[in-house]
Write a protein that binds this ligand. Structure first.
Ligand code: PEP
Ligand code: MN
Length: 338
């Protein structure tokens, strides 16, 4: 249930309400909004509890949370969640650009990528050091050496580093180097991994599973939120359908739909969503037009020679053009692309 505190409720009365709610056996999440504070109480709602809480002079009302995803729901928090990490801002009217190669390949490649994507307007550098590949014989990533190179690139450019973590026991290592932990599509329902990422206080970029419904996607986010990590970024990266002209099908209606259901920001990945470099610029524009809070784009100094995902990787020049046109669309929909 949601306990909506009165505007005039002091910090002490909010704290004592939290204690009362916890003594009833609920887990609490306090959400401070611009207007008022609400307490999300997660647990078994019993009739009597609601009445006791409603009788407090500091409580305005008590409402059930209807959505199965409680903390992620708009019912719990109406203000959008905004993620700030270094110069990257995602949400609340800011469209953050994350760009870089699919994989970290070498020092020269990642430093050059970082320099070029920054010049084009990106605020964060992506690059996988641990790679979830369909085949065990494909390049699996540079692992910790790759993480170190990402940290070097951050030092050189100031860009925030977004990189994937594939297993719960890798979280401490990846968290040592990353500014944002990426959880890949194939791991969206790896609940131990979601919880381990939730135990950190780093923002988590959660990619939608290849065949996950929106409800499953939001429940996966809930695993992270439930550990006390409020910094979740949802990423639509395309789903598997009968269609074969693109690598995946990129359903952009997800973006406004998610905005109706959740306060969490939504980023679109047109690179994996299409699998085709020629389609990436248009789908970036479409994503901005339908209200995304950020884009994640695969870019390589020499796209044809990317070790992974070459066919969907764009050049730094194309990224510059994407940013130029996306900025205009952003203004048209009342947003900013920094
Ligand atoms: C990636 O970002 O390189 C990646 C592997 O993404 P996804 O998990 O969406 O396939
Ligand atoms: Mn990739």
């Amino acid at each position: 249930m949601i306990i909506v505190m009165r505007k005039e409720a002091s910090d002490e009365t909010i704290q004592s309400t939290v204690e009362t709610v916890e003594s009833m056996g609920f887990k609490t999440h306090v959400i401070v909004g611009t207007e008022r504070t609400v307490i999300a109480a997660i647990g078994d709602d019993r009739k009597g509890d609601q009445e006791i809480l409603e009788s407090s002079p500091f409580v305005e009302k008590v409402l059930p949370i209807l959505a199965p995803y409680k903390i992620a729901s708009r019912e719990t928090r109406s203000d959008p969640t905004v993620i700030h990490v270094r110069d990257l801002v995602i949400g609340g009217g800011d469209i953050g650009l994350i760009a870089g190669p699919c994989s970290v390949e070498s020092e020269e490649q990642i430093l050059e990528s970082a320099r070029l994507v920054k010049e084009a307007g990106a605020k964060a550098l992506r690059g996988g050091a641990f790679k979830p590949r369909s085949s065990p014989y494909s390049f699996q990533g540079m692992k910790e050496d790759g993480l170190k190179l990402l940290a070097t690139a951050r030092e050189a450019t100031g860009l925030a580093v977004v990189t994937e973590v594939m297993a719960p026991d890798q979280v401490p290592l990846v968290a040592k180097y990353a500014d944002v932990l990426q959880i890949g599509a194939r791991n969206m329902q790896n609940y131990n991994l979601l919880q381990a990422a939730g135990e950190t206080r780093l923002p988590v970029l959660l990619k939608r599973g290849l065949a996950a419904t929106i409800e499953e996607f939001l429940l996966a986010a809930e695993y992270i939120l439930d550990q006390g990590n409020s910094q979740v970024i949802l990423c639509e990266r395309g789903i598997r359908t009968f269609e074969t002209h693109t690598r995946f099908t990129l359903p952009l209606a997800t973006v406004p739909y998610l905005h109706e259901k959740t306060h969490l920001p939504v980023v679109v990945d047109p690179s994996h969503g299409t699998g085709l470099a020629t389609l990436v610029p248009s789908m970036c524009l479409a994503s901005v037009a339908c209200g995304c809070d950020g884009l994640i784009v695969e870019v390589h100094p020499d796209p044809q020679h990317s070790v992974s995902d070459a066919s969907q990787t764009v050049s730094p020049l194309t990224l510059t053009e994407i940013v130029e046109s996306c900025r205009k669309v952003a203004v048209a929909v009342g947003k900013r692309m920094g």
